[in-house]
Design a protein around this ligand. Structure first.
Ligand SMILES: [Zn+2]
Length: 97
């Protein structure tokens, strides 16, 4: 496991998403909901150090409002647990269930 893949795994792990085995060998990884196992997207491993955390951070509001992530709401719950104030602000701005 390369450092960058480990970094991607850690970044997505914070919002309740796990990396599956590579979909295309060593290039793309499927993103799975840590709550129910559903596929929620893909991520490439051609990122520079620090980019994965930044990417996930930029998507925080979208996870909070369930505009991204799994329909089961696991990323929403994780976002709320991580940063309740930011979660509230995101819900005010984007709405949500
Ligand atoms: Zn789910």
């Amino acid at each position: 496991m390369s450092d960058i893949v480990e970094e991607i795994r850690t970044a997505y792990g914070r919002v309740g998403i796990t990396l599956d085995q590579p979909a295309t060998y060593g290039t793309y990884y499927r993103l799975l909901c840590a709550g129910c196992g559903a596929m929620v997207g893909n991520v490439g491993d051609k990122l520079l150090p620090g980019m994965a955390a930044e990417l996930v951070d930029r998507q925080f509001d979208l996870y909070a409002a369930r505009l991204m992530g799994c329909a089961c709401g696991h990323q929403d719950e994780r976002a709320r647990a991580l940063d309740p104030a930011r979660w509230e602000a995101a819900r005010r701005r984007h709405g949500g269930p």
